[in-house]
Structure formats: C-alpha cells, structure tokens
Design a protein around this ligand. Sequence first.
Ligand code: ASP
Ligand code: MG
Length: 402
Amino acid sequence: MALIVKKFGGTSVADKERIFNVARIIVDDYKMGNDIITVVSAQGDTTDDLIMKAKEINDGDISKREMDMLLTAGEQISISLLAMAIEKLGCPVISLLGWQAGFTTDSNHGIARIKNINTERIKSELAKKNIIIVAGFQGINKYDDLTTLGRGGSDTSAVAIAAAFHAKRCQIYTDVDGVYTADPRKVRGAQKLSEITYDEMLELATLGAQVLNNRSVEMAKKYNVELEVLSSLEKKVGTIVRENVKMEKMLIRGVTSDKDVATISVVGLKDSPGIAFKMFNKLAQFKINVDMILQSVGRNGTKDITFTVSRSQADIAIESIESLKSVFNYSEISKDVSVTKLSIVGAGMESHPGVAAKMFEALYDSNINIRMISTSEIKISVLIDEKQTEKAVQAVHDAFLA
Ligand code: ASP
Ligand code: MG
C-alpha cells in the first residue's frame, strides 16, 4: 500500500467518456489498497472560455481578484464531476477546492505562489478511506481571497501535494505519452525517453516542449519528487523525471526549435568602454529579455552588437535603443524576424568533448549556416534561418539520436 499522487490535465477530463476513463484509472489503483490524492485541471478549454467571458464584460483592466474568482470556478466543475463519476463506480470519494485542501498562497493574483499546505483535512479524509480529488491551480491568501497559480498551474499543485505528503512519485497524466527526443509529429525517429533529469526537462520546457509546467519541475527538483509523465488514454509506461538518471549511450536528450526569436543588429557603434553596459541597461529598463548576444569588430574603430529577443519585443527593443541614439552614435539598427533558435540539451555533454563539433558538422553537411551560438553546461543553441528549421532539426537529431 502506498500514497499515490496523480494529476490529470484538462484534455483528460474534457467530456463524460474521458471523466469515466480517469475515474477508472483512479479506482483501479484505489482497489489495490492505495491511498489516492488526485489533482485535476479545468475541463478542455474551460479556462480560456472563462477568460473570454470576462473580456466580453470588460476588455480593459479587469481586477485580478475578480479574475481569480472566475477562473477558480473551472476546476470546481471538473473536481465535482470526477467525484460523481467515482461515486457512480461505487467508491468513496470527496472533492476539495484548493482552500479546503489546505493551499495557502501569497497575494499575487493570477500568478500566486504556494506558501503552505495544511495537510489536516486531506489526512482526515484519507483516514476515512476516501479518494481525494483536489482542484488544481488555486489557493487562498491571508485575506481569505481566492488566488490562482498562473496558467498550467495544476502541475505545480500536484507536485506541492506530493512534496507535502512525502509521496515518492507524482504521476502527471496528459494527452501525450511521455517526453520525446524531439517533436514526434515533425521529426522522423523521435523516441520516447524513459528518463530525463530535472535540469534537462527545464531546458526542454523553456525551449518549447510543452509537457510540463516549468514551475512544477523546479518544485519537484527542490523537494526531490519524482515525476512520471504518462498518457491518460493509453496504458503505457511514460517518462520519469528525476535527479539522477542512467546516462545510457545518450549524449544528448533532445533537440528543440523555437521560432519566437528576432535578432536586433546595431551596426557602427563607437568602440569605447561602457557601450554594451549602457545598451543592455537600457533594454533592462524597458523590461526586455535578451537571450543571445554577439559583439563583433567593425570597420575603423567601430563595433557591431547583435542580440536576440522574443518577436513580440523586437520593436520595443529598437525603440529603447533609438531613445539613446545620441549616446550610442550607431550608423544603423535593424531587426530580422526570420530566424529560429535550434538547441540540443543533455547532461551528457558536460563530460563528453566534441558535442558542439558534432552538432555543427551535422548542420554543415546539410548546408545550414549558423548565425549565432550560445552554450550552457547542458545546452548548445544556434541561430539559423527560419526556413531551414525542419531540415536542421532532423539533421541534428539524426546525428545524435538515430
Ligand atoms: N486550468 C488552468 C489553465 O488552463 C490550470 C491548468 O490547466 O493547469 O491554465
Ligand atoms: Mg487547462
């Protein structure tokens, strides 16, 4: 007998059939003698629909408190329906809203952080042999107002429960059956990973592989909760996310691409100390997130600086630099939104030389030009022409993972 924490995403409880499917998964584990705590998201597109309804009423500034009051309703629907389905299958069950399950958060409505979980209520329900269904994504602040944890926050609710109850593992059920080495719909030979480290998962998540919410992975790492990503629709083993994994023969764990990138090039800057500082300081004042940076030597004692930002921030990045035109004294500033950032991620590269060379060779063999490069301990990213994205991902994937 064990305590099992499960989380089901919105697509897994989207309609009656799916709700009963989830109910059966829970009941099967319950009947084996396990204690079960299940966290659930709102059904299907409910959260998006609620946001739209709010905007119909007021397309200006909606109070964040009222928005949270509205959005928490989505999960209230899914937990009660799931509890009814379990009841119908003949097992004792109770649904609990975030505050009933003991979730207290700070007061940052819309993006609240969990401060504490009071486990008493859940413990007493478990003692009565009830299956527990908890509304994800929500809590209560010190003023007794409802809060939400940010989009995709149910993953975090589940991990927090697993940590609070010292569960060994948190099962995250979703509509894909695990984490892959690349997007299986686009890359030939993409394989499901049996295991991946928290750090690798975080890199892959920020690079656009949207299986797990980032905050939940950070929390899982902090409290050493193992995550298992698996399908709610097919009975298959999923992917385990944990601190230490067998390295097998895998040099890298995955290849991803991100098209939400723009380069800004500032040409002909005066080559004097403090220019880079002033430029990036200005960008920071405008709250612009800079990713890759390249500085190169220009003609006649000038220099050029090129950097990348997300596409939605490209124009404002240019504006912010133009606002200091007299200081920077550049000859030209331009943007390019037809680029992609291609990245490989893998803890294995820390201890194996030649990973970068192998990646660059694969791109060279496919005639793909690299415009910028950046690296971290477990990641190498290159900037390439957007039109070559698919070809590049496939070539790099073939080189490492075929
Ligand atoms: N229902 C919320 C959302 O759609 C929370 C979640 O799905 O995890 O963002
Ligand atoms: Mg959702």
